[in-house]
Design a protein around this ligand. Sequence first.
Ligand SMILES: Cc1cc2nc3c(=O)[nH]c(=O)nc-3n(C[C@H](O)[C@H](O)[C@H](O)COP(=O)(O)OP(=O)(O)OC[C@H]3O[C@@H](n4cnc5c(N)ncnc54)[C@H](O)[C@@H]3O)c2cc1C
Length: 369
Amino acid sequence: MKKGIIIIGAGAAGIGFGVALKDLEYDDFLILESETIGNSFKNWPQETRFITPSFTSNGFGMPDLNAVSFSTSPAYSLGKERLAGKEYAQYLELVAKGYELPLLEHQKVNEIKKEDNRYQVYTDSKSFEAKYIIFAVGQYSTPDKSFGNIGIHYSEVQSWKQFTNEKQIVIGGNESGIDAALNLAKNGNKVNVYTQKSGLSAPDADPSIRLSPYTRQKFFALNANQRQNIKIHEKMELKRLTQQKNKYLLEFANGHLIEAKTEPILCTGFKNGAVKLQQNLFEEEEGTVLLNDYDESLKAQNIFLVGPDVRHQNAIFCYIYKFRQRFAVIIEEIAKRENLQIDKEKIAEYQKNSFYLANCNNCVVACDC
Ligand SMILES: Cc1cc2nc3c(=O)[nH]c(=O)nc-3n(C[C@H](O)[C@H](O)[C@H](O)COP(=O)(O)OP(=O)(O)OC[C@H]3O[C@@H](n4cnc5c(N)ncnc54)[C@H](O)[C@@H]3O)c2cc1C
């Protein structure tokens, strides 16, 4: 099947990008999803909730922070805020249906090859061809498990209820680490968190670095017993994790050695899904994919990245309200290359709704108080 644009992944970025294409009157595209719409969200631990609030603030130039298009609002669709992963996936399904996005589920992309000026995209059962590829594969399918198969990654937890009345070790002290610790403590576990530094004590204003107010609030709302059951140890960088018969051995960069009876829980973040899928199409520098001003790979023409792995200078686009602002910028560039006219009024509408960020030079999060 031949298309102008193929989007890989039907998560927040893939669905949002598809809506922007439809809005800007470009129909020659297809979304390929390895499982079903909102797959990553469907796999969040049961207790996980959105940390960014949802509120139907649409119409006043500041749409719902978790909306992937400015004409929709998860708070309105679901009638609540702080959505669970499965609820947000429902919102994405509604959006895909409402905008009649062309989408094929159960099509895991395994390989992309360049032939002449086009890309061949291979899934288990089919092949596709497109001039432009939008990588919207996110990070959730590529957890950072740096210690072989040892350690239970946050993304492998279905519910924190599966851990009861034991001493637990959590590696990592940012959003997922603190979220894990407080859920474990609520269920009666004693938790030791080992981390280089914790978002709980970070002075930065940027919520991509500092712990979100929601998680912080939940942490301080624990009762005294539960809070006492959480010990956070900073300046502890785990270097090696091994299993010896019935115990786990943790070796830290500062020389500390710890033995544990339970398998440590890794809240160590995620790897870049796009690089993992097709490394030869991207170049990385210190873990950041090198992109031009239109989020196109510096290594391969017409290969674009959307979603949480986009970085420009100090701007980290890891939240939906951040990365959704790049969709129209990319589409405008593709239209220019294809000599297609884009309705300037539509772009103005994207700008008016804070869904268009062309220049990231001033994206510095600073708060005077
Ligand atoms: C626990 C947790 C809480 C979070 N809370 C918030 C929050 O409150 N607010 C916020 O803004 N962000 C939050 N985030 C971040 C947010 O979830 C991500 O930034 C967002 O999901 C990224 O969207 P995406 O579409 O790039 O990736 P995803 O939503 O992960 O979607 C990627 C899709 O691509 C598919 N895919 C992967 N590989 C392939 C392949 N080879 N072929 C075909 N399809 C493929 C996957 O199945 C998936 O459906 C949170 C993340 C986590 C892990």
